[in-house]
Design a protein around this ligand. Structure first.
Ligand code: PMP
Ligand code: GLU
Length: 386
Protein backbone atom coordinates (compact mmCIF):
# COMPACT_ATOMS: atom_id res chain seq x y z
CA UNK A 1 0.00 0.00 0.00
CA UNK A 2 2.84 2.40 0.81
CA UNK A 3 5.28 3.58 -1.85
CA UNK A 4 8.55 1.79 -2.57
CA UNK A 5 10.20 5.12 -1.82
CA UNK A 6 9.21 5.08 1.83
CA UNK A 7 9.46 1.33 2.27
CA UNK A 8 13.20 1.61 1.57
CA UNK A 9 13.70 4.12 4.39
CA UNK A 10 14.83 3.07 7.88
CA UNK A 11 13.62 4.90 11.01
CA UNK A 12 16.17 7.30 12.52
CA UNK A 13 17.91 5.38 15.32
CA UNK A 14 19.22 8.60 16.85
CA UNK A 15 15.78 10.15 17.12
CA UNK A 16 14.14 6.89 18.22
CA UNK A 17 16.49 6.16 21.12
CA UNK A 18 16.71 9.79 22.22
CA UNK A 19 12.90 9.89 22.39
CA UNK A 20 12.78 6.56 24.27
CA UNK A 21 15.33 7.76 26.83
CA UNK A 22 13.39 11.00 27.37
CA UNK A 23 10.14 9.04 27.74
CA UNK A 24 11.62 6.64 30.33
CA UNK A 25 13.03 9.60 32.24
CA UNK A 26 9.63 11.29 32.21
CA UNK A 27 8.14 8.10 33.69
CA UNK A 28 10.49 8.52 36.63
CA UNK A 29 13.12 5.94 35.61
CA UNK A 30 16.67 6.89 36.62
CA UNK A 31 17.89 6.91 33.02
CA UNK A 32 21.26 8.41 32.20
CA UNK A 33 20.78 9.80 28.72
CA UNK A 34 24.02 9.73 26.75
CA UNK A 35 22.14 9.24 23.49
CA UNK A 36 21.09 12.81 22.82
CA UNK A 37 22.30 14.56 19.69
CA UNK A 38 21.51 17.97 21.10
CA UNK A 39 23.16 20.33 23.59
CA UNK A 40 21.64 20.10 27.06
CA UNK A 41 22.15 23.86 27.56
CA UNK A 42 19.28 26.30 27.38
CA UNK A 43 19.12 28.66 24.38
CA UNK A 44 21.02 31.85 25.39
CA UNK A 45 18.85 34.69 26.72
CA UNK A 46 19.40 37.33 23.98
CA UNK A 47 18.14 34.81 21.41
CA UNK A 48 14.98 34.06 23.39
CA UNK A 49 14.35 37.78 23.88
CA UNK A 50 14.56 38.39 20.12
CA UNK A 51 11.92 35.72 19.57
CA UNK A 52 9.64 37.18 22.25
CA UNK A 53 10.00 40.62 20.63
CA UNK A 54 9.13 39.13 17.24
CA UNK A 55 5.89 37.71 18.64
CA UNK A 56 5.00 40.92 20.44
CA UNK A 57 5.62 42.95 17.27
CA UNK A 58 3.32 40.63 15.33
CA UNK A 59 6.16 39.29 13.21
CA UNK A 60 4.12 36.18 12.62
CA UNK A 61 3.48 36.06 8.87
CA UNK A 62 5.12 34.34 5.90
CA UNK A 63 8.63 35.52 5.05
CA UNK A 64 10.44 34.93 1.74
CA UNK A 65 10.76 31.13 1.37
CA UNK A 66 14.53 31.02 1.74
CA UNK A 67 14.67 33.47 4.60
CA UNK A 68 14.81 37.12 5.65
CA UNK A 69 17.41 39.30 3.90
CA UNK A 70 18.92 40.31 7.27
CA UNK A 71 19.29 36.66 8.24
CA UNK A 72 21.02 35.82 4.95
CA UNK A 73 23.39 38.75 5.50
CA UNK A 74 24.11 37.61 9.06
CA UNK A 75 24.85 34.08 7.78
CA UNK A 76 27.16 35.37 5.04
CA UNK A 77 28.99 37.52 7.61
CA UNK A 78 29.47 34.58 9.98
CA UNK A 79 30.65 32.30 7.16
CA UNK A 80 33.26 34.92 6.23
CA UNK A 81 34.38 35.44 9.81
CA UNK A 82 34.28 31.87 11.13
CA UNK A 83 35.02 29.79 8.03
CA UNK A 84 36.94 32.25 5.83
CA UNK A 85 34.59 31.71 2.87
CA UNK A 86 32.85 34.43 0.88
CA UNK A 87 29.22 34.18 -0.20
CA UNK A 88 26.78 36.84 -1.30
CA UNK A 89 23.51 36.82 0.67
CA UNK A 90 21.71 35.54 -2.48
CA UNK A 91 23.91 32.45 -2.36
CA UNK A 92 22.36 31.55 1.00
CA UNK A 93 19.07 29.74 1.65
CA UNK A 94 17.60 29.34 5.13
CA UNK A 95 15.88 26.03 5.81
CA UNK A 96 13.90 24.24 8.52
CA UNK A 97 17.03 22.83 10.19
CA UNK A 98 20.23 21.68 8.52
CA UNK A 99 18.32 18.48 7.77
CA UNK A 100 16.11 20.23 5.25
CA UNK A 101 19.15 21.87 3.64
CA UNK A 102 20.77 18.44 3.13
CA UNK A 103 17.53 16.92 1.90
CA UNK A 104 16.85 19.71 -0.61
CA UNK A 105 20.42 19.82 -1.94
CA UNK A 106 20.32 16.09 -2.61
CA UNK A 107 16.94 16.45 -4.33
CA UNK A 108 18.34 19.05 -6.72
CA UNK A 109 21.79 17.49 -7.31
CA UNK A 110 21.19 13.76 -7.64
CA UNK A 111 18.68 11.49 -9.32
CA UNK A 112 17.93 7.90 -10.17
CA UNK A 113 21.06 5.98 -11.16
CA UNK A 114 23.48 8.40 -9.49
CA UNK A 115 25.87 7.38 -6.75
CA UNK A 116 26.81 9.49 -3.74
CA UNK A 117 30.02 8.89 -1.79
CA UNK A 118 29.64 8.82 1.97
CA UNK A 119 32.61 8.38 4.31
CA UNK A 120 31.77 5.75 6.91
CA UNK A 121 30.98 5.83 9.74
CA UNK A 122 28.32 8.29 8.59
CA UNK A 123 25.46 10.19 10.19
CA UNK A 124 22.34 8.03 10.07
CA UNK A 125 20.27 10.28 7.81
CA UNK A 126 22.67 10.55 4.85
CA UNK A 127 21.97 7.15 3.23
CA UNK A 128 18.23 7.56 3.72
CA UNK A 129 18.18 11.04 2.19
CA UNK A 130 20.26 9.78 -0.73
CA UNK A 131 17.82 6.91 -1.31
CA UNK A 132 14.88 9.30 -1.09
CA UNK A 133 16.50 11.25 -3.94
CA UNK A 134 16.53 8.00 -5.95
CA UNK A 135 20.31 7.62 -5.76
CA UNK A 136 22.61 5.02 -4.21
CA UNK A 137 24.88 5.68 -1.21
CA UNK A 138 28.41 4.32 -1.66
CA UNK A 139 30.49 3.95 1.50
CA UNK A 140 34.11 5.01 1.70
CA UNK A 141 35.40 3.47 4.90
CA UNK A 142 37.67 5.45 7.20
CA UNK A 143 39.73 4.03 10.09
CA UNK A 144 40.09 5.06 13.73
CA UNK A 145 43.82 4.28 13.52
CA UNK A 146 44.12 6.97 10.84
CA UNK A 147 42.06 9.46 12.82
CA UNK A 148 39.09 8.73 10.50
CA UNK A 149 40.83 10.75 7.75
CA UNK A 150 39.82 10.09 4.14
CA UNK A 151 41.89 7.45 2.39
CA UNK A 152 42.57 8.70 -1.14
CA UNK A 153 43.10 5.19 -2.55
CA UNK A 154 39.75 4.02 -1.21
CA UNK A 155 38.13 7.17 -2.51
CA UNK A 156 39.54 6.55 -5.99
CA UNK A 157 38.32 2.95 -5.94
CA UNK A 158 34.80 4.01 -4.91
CA UNK A 159 34.31 6.38 -7.85
CA UNK A 160 32.43 5.08 -10.89
CA UNK A 161 31.03 6.84 -13.97
CA UNK A 162 27.77 7.15 -12.02
CA UNK A 163 29.30 9.04 -9.06
CA UNK A 164 27.80 12.49 -8.80
CA UNK A 165 28.82 13.90 -5.43
CA UNK A 166 30.34 13.30 -2.01
CA UNK A 167 29.12 14.23 1.44
CA UNK A 168 31.73 15.43 3.93
CA UNK A 169 30.99 15.89 7.61
CA UNK A 170 33.70 17.48 9.72
CA UNK A 171 33.67 17.53 12.72
CA UNK A 172 31.96 14.19 12.36
CA UNK A 173 28.84 12.76 13.86
CA UNK A 174 29.44 10.02 15.20
CA UNK A 175 33.26 10.06 15.59
CA UNK A 176 34.09 13.66 16.54
CA UNK A 177 36.99 13.48 14.06
CA UNK A 178 38.09 16.58 12.15
CA UNK A 179 39.36 16.27 8.58
CA UNK A 180 42.84 17.81 8.36
CA UNK A 181 43.69 20.44 5.81
CA UNK A 182 46.10 18.16 3.93
CA UNK A 183 43.52 15.38 3.68
CA UNK A 184 40.82 17.80 2.53
CA UNK A 185 43.11 19.34 -0.10
CA UNK A 186 44.08 15.96 -1.52
CA UNK A 187 40.47 14.79 -1.65
CA UNK A 188 39.22 18.12 -3.04
CA UNK A 189 41.74 18.05 -5.90
CA UNK A 190 40.68 14.55 -6.81
CA UNK A 191 36.96 15.42 -6.70
CA UNK A 192 37.61 18.53 -8.77
CA UNK A 193 39.49 16.52 -11.38
CA UNK A 194 36.55 14.10 -11.60
CA UNK A 195 33.97 16.88 -11.87
CA UNK A 196 32.15 15.82 -8.69
CA UNK A 197 30.08 17.92 -6.29
CA UNK A 198 30.69 18.20 -2.55
CA UNK A 199 28.08 18.67 0.15
CA UNK A 200 30.02 19.81 3.21
CA UNK A 201 28.02 19.37 6.41
CA UNK A 202 29.74 21.74 8.85
CA UNK A 203 27.03 21.83 11.52
CA UNK A 204 29.59 21.09 14.28
CA UNK A 205 32.29 23.47 13.03
CA UNK A 206 31.99 25.81 16.03
CA UNK A 207 32.33 22.92 18.50
CA UNK A 208 36.05 22.15 18.30
CA UNK A 209 38.33 21.40 21.25
CA UNK A 210 41.92 21.55 20.08
CA UNK A 211 44.08 24.06 18.24
CA UNK A 212 43.69 24.24 14.48
CA UNK A 213 39.89 24.29 14.33
CA UNK A 214 37.98 22.56 11.57
CA UNK A 215 38.94 23.79 8.09
CA UNK A 216 36.24 24.18 5.47
CA UNK A 217 36.84 22.36 2.19
CA UNK A 218 35.72 25.48 0.25
CA UNK A 219 38.45 27.49 1.95
CA UNK A 220 41.13 24.80 1.59
CA UNK A 221 40.55 24.36 -2.15
CA UNK A 222 38.82 27.49 -3.47
CA UNK A 223 38.67 26.07 -7.01
CA UNK A 224 36.21 23.47 -5.73
CA UNK A 225 33.88 26.12 -4.26
CA UNK A 226 32.06 26.32 -7.63
CA UNK A 227 30.86 22.80 -6.87
CA UNK A 228 30.60 22.88 -3.08
CA UNK A 229 27.50 23.49 -1.02
CA UNK A 230 28.11 24.19 2.67
CA UNK A 231 25.45 23.14 5.17
CA UNK A 232 25.29 24.59 8.66
CA UNK A 233 22.73 25.87 11.14
CA UNK A 234 22.12 27.26 14.60
CA UNK A 235 20.96 23.99 16.23
CA UNK A 236 24.21 22.83 17.76
CA UNK A 237 26.36 25.93 18.29
CA UNK A 238 23.59 27.97 19.91
CA UNK A 239 21.63 25.16 21.63
CA UNK A 240 18.65 25.79 19.31
CA UNK A 241 17.68 22.31 18.09
CA UNK A 242 13.96 22.92 18.59
CA UNK A 243 13.90 26.22 16.68
CA UNK A 244 14.57 24.49 13.34
CA UNK A 245 16.88 26.90 11.53
CA UNK A 246 19.57 25.60 9.18
CA UNK A 247 21.03 26.92 6.00
CA UNK A 248 23.01 26.20 2.86
CA UNK A 249 25.52 28.37 1.00
CA UNK A 250 26.70 27.52 -2.48
CA UNK A 251 26.51 28.23 -6.20
CA UNK A 252 23.48 30.41 -7.07
CA UNK A 253 21.81 27.86 -9.40
CA UNK A 254 21.80 25.15 -6.71
CA UNK A 255 20.56 27.50 -4.01
CA UNK A 256 17.85 28.86 -6.30
CA UNK A 257 16.70 25.34 -7.24
CA UNK A 258 16.63 24.25 -3.59
CA UNK A 259 14.51 27.32 -2.87
CA UNK A 260 12.07 26.37 -5.61
CA UNK A 261 11.68 22.96 -4.01
CA UNK A 262 11.11 24.61 -0.63
CA UNK A 263 8.43 26.87 -2.19
CA UNK A 264 6.35 23.75 -2.78
CA UNK A 265 7.05 21.94 0.48
CA UNK A 266 7.53 23.86 3.75
CA UNK A 267 7.77 27.48 2.49
CA UNK A 268 9.77 29.61 4.92
CA UNK A 269 11.18 28.42 8.26
CA UNK A 270 9.21 29.92 11.19
CA UNK A 271 9.40 33.73 11.10
CA UNK A 272 9.96 33.90 14.88
CA UNK A 273 12.83 31.41 14.73
CA UNK A 274 14.42 33.42 11.95
CA UNK A 275 14.44 36.54 14.12
CA UNK A 276 15.96 34.46 16.92
CA UNK A 277 18.65 33.19 14.52
CA UNK A 278 19.55 36.75 13.51
CA UNK A 279 20.12 37.50 17.20
CA UNK A 280 22.19 34.32 17.63
CA UNK A 281 24.50 35.03 14.71
CA UNK A 282 24.99 38.74 15.43
CA UNK A 283 25.16 38.81 19.26
CA UNK A 284 28.36 38.80 21.31
CA UNK A 285 29.48 35.16 20.85
CA UNK A 286 30.63 34.67 24.46
CA UNK A 287 27.78 32.18 25.24
CA UNK A 288 29.07 29.94 22.41
CA UNK A 289 32.62 30.11 23.82
CA UNK A 290 31.32 29.16 27.26
CA UNK A 291 29.44 26.15 25.87
CA UNK A 292 32.53 25.03 23.93
CA UNK A 293 34.63 25.35 27.10
CA UNK A 294 32.15 23.18 29.01
CA UNK A 295 32.01 20.59 26.21
CA UNK A 296 35.83 20.41 26.26
CA UNK A 297 35.81 19.78 30.03
CA UNK A 298 33.25 17.00 29.55
CA UNK A 299 35.18 15.51 26.64
CA UNK A 300 38.32 15.38 28.78
CA UNK A 301 36.44 13.82 31.66
CA UNK A 302 34.77 11.26 29.39
CA UNK A 303 37.95 10.05 27.70
CA UNK A 304 39.84 9.81 30.98
CA UNK A 305 37.06 7.72 32.51
CA UNK A 306 36.48 5.56 29.41
CA UNK A 307 40.19 4.68 29.34
CA UNK A 308 39.69 2.83 32.64
CA UNK A 309 37.01 0.50 31.30
CA UNK A 310 38.28 -2.87 30.05
CA UNK A 311 37.39 -4.41 26.65
CA UNK A 312 36.47 -1.17 24.98
CA UNK A 313 38.50 1.30 22.94
CA UNK A 314 37.61 4.67 21.49
CA UNK A 315 38.74 7.60 19.39
CA UNK A 316 39.30 10.84 21.33
CA UNK A 317 36.82 13.30 19.83
CA UNK A 318 38.29 16.51 18.41
CA UNK A 319 34.95 18.24 17.84
CA UNK A 320 31.15 17.78 18.04
CA UNK A 321 29.91 16.10 21.24
CA UNK A 322 30.10 12.41 20.45
CA UNK A 323 32.52 9.61 21.23
CA UNK A 324 32.52 6.47 19.07
CA UNK A 325 33.34 3.44 21.20
CA UNK A 326 34.54 0.05 19.92
CA UNK A 327 32.65 -2.66 21.81
CA UNK A 328 33.56 -5.59 19.54
CA UNK A 329 35.68 -7.24 22.28
CA UNK A 330 32.52 -7.68 24.38
CA UNK A 331 31.17 -10.10 21.78
CA UNK A 332 27.88 -8.18 21.47
CA UNK A 333 26.56 -6.43 18.37
CA UNK A 334 25.80 -2.73 18.81
CA UNK A 335 22.01 -3.09 19.01
CA UNK A 336 22.14 -5.88 21.58
CA UNK A 337 24.73 -3.93 23.57
CA UNK A 338 22.60 -0.78 23.64
CA UNK A 339 19.37 -2.63 24.43
CA UNK A 340 20.92 -4.59 27.29
CA UNK A 341 22.68 -1.51 28.67
CA UNK A 342 19.38 0.38 28.70
CA UNK A 343 17.39 -2.47 30.24
CA UNK A 344 19.96 -3.58 32.79
CA UNK A 345 21.70 -0.34 33.74
CA UNK A 346 19.38 2.43 32.47
CA UNK A 347 22.04 4.09 30.34
CA UNK A 348 21.07 5.22 26.82
CA UNK A 349 23.63 5.14 23.99
CA UNK A 350 23.10 4.89 20.21
CA UNK A 351 24.01 1.65 18.35
CA UNK A 352 26.74 2.07 15.74
CA UNK A 353 24.74 -0.04 13.25
CA UNK A 354 22.79 3.02 12.07
CA UNK A 355 26.11 4.75 11.34
CA UNK A 356 27.28 1.72 9.34
CA UNK A 357 29.45 0.22 12.14
CA UNK A 358 27.89 -2.55 14.22
CA UNK A 359 31.16 -2.91 16.19
CA UNK A 360 30.68 0.47 17.86
CA UNK A 361 28.27 2.51 19.99
CA UNK A 362 27.96 6.30 20.19
CA UNK A 363 28.05 8.15 23.51
CA UNK A 364 27.08 11.82 23.62
CA UNK A 365 28.76 14.17 26.09
CA UNK A 366 25.97 16.72 25.80
CA UNK A 367 25.22 15.86 29.44
CA UNK A 368 26.52 17.33 32.71
CA UNK A 369 29.64 15.92 34.42
CA UNK A 370 27.61 14.28 37.22
CA UNK A 371 25.36 12.54 34.69
CA UNK A 372 28.43 11.46 32.72
CA UNK A 373 30.09 10.15 35.87
CA UNK A 374 27.02 8.10 36.81
CA UNK A 375 26.60 6.82 33.25
CA UNK A 376 30.22 5.76 33.02
CA UNK A 377 30.15 4.03 36.42
CA UNK A 378 27.15 2.03 35.24
CA UNK A 379 28.72 1.33 31.85
CA UNK A 380 31.88 0.03 33.52
CA UNK A 381 29.90 -2.25 35.84
CA UNK A 382 27.88 -3.54 32.89
CA UNK A 383 30.94 -4.25 30.72
CA UNK A 384 32.83 -5.95 33.55
CA UNK A 385 29.85 -8.26 34.21
CA UNK A 386 29.45 -9.35 30.57
N1 PMP B 1 23.99 17.01 10.20
C1 PMP B 1 24.48 16.31 11.24
C2 PMP B 1 25.79 15.61 11.10
C3 PMP B 1 23.77 16.22 12.44
O1 PMP B 1 24.25 15.52 13.45
C4 PMP B 1 22.52 16.87 12.54
C5 PMP B 1 21.77 16.75 13.85
N2 PMP B 1 20.46 16.61 13.83
C6 PMP B 1 22.05 17.58 11.43
C7 PMP B 1 22.81 17.63 10.28
C8 PMP B 1 20.71 18.28 11.39
O2 PMP B 1 20.62 19.36 12.24
P1 PMP B 1 19.29 20.21 12.38
O3 PMP B 1 18.82 20.00 13.78
O4 PMP B 1 19.74 21.64 12.15
O5 PMP B 1 18.34 19.76 11.35
N1 GLU C 1 21.76 14.72 14.75
C1 GLU C 1 21.45 14.35 16.09
C2 GLU C 1 21.94 12.95 16.37
O1 GLU C 1 22.66 12.39 15.59
C3 GLU C 1 20.01 14.56 16.44
C4 GLU C 1 19.05 13.51 16.02
C5 GLU C 1 18.89 13.47 14.53
O2 GLU C 1 18.39 14.44 13.97
O3 GLU C 1 19.34 12.47 13.97
O4 GLU C 1 21.65 12.39 17.38
Amino acid sequence: MLTQRIQAVQPSSTLRITALAKQLKAQGKQVVNLAAGEPDFDTPEPIKQAAIRAIQEGFTKYTPTTGLPELKSAIAARLAKDRGVTFKPEQVAVTCGAKQALFNILQVLVQSGDEVLVPSPYWVSYPEMIRLAGAVPVEVRTEPGQGFQLDLERLKRAVTPRTRCMILNSPSNPTGAILREGCLREAARFLLERGLWVISDEIYSRLVYDAGGSPSVAKVEPALSERTVIVDGVSKAYAMTGWRIGYMAGPPEVVEAAGRLQDHSTSNPASISQRAAVAALTMDQAPVDRMVEEFRRRRDFLVERLAKIPRISFFKPEGAFYCFIDISATGLGSTAFVERLLEEAWVALIPGAGFGWDTHVRASFAAGIEELREGLDRLEKFVRAL
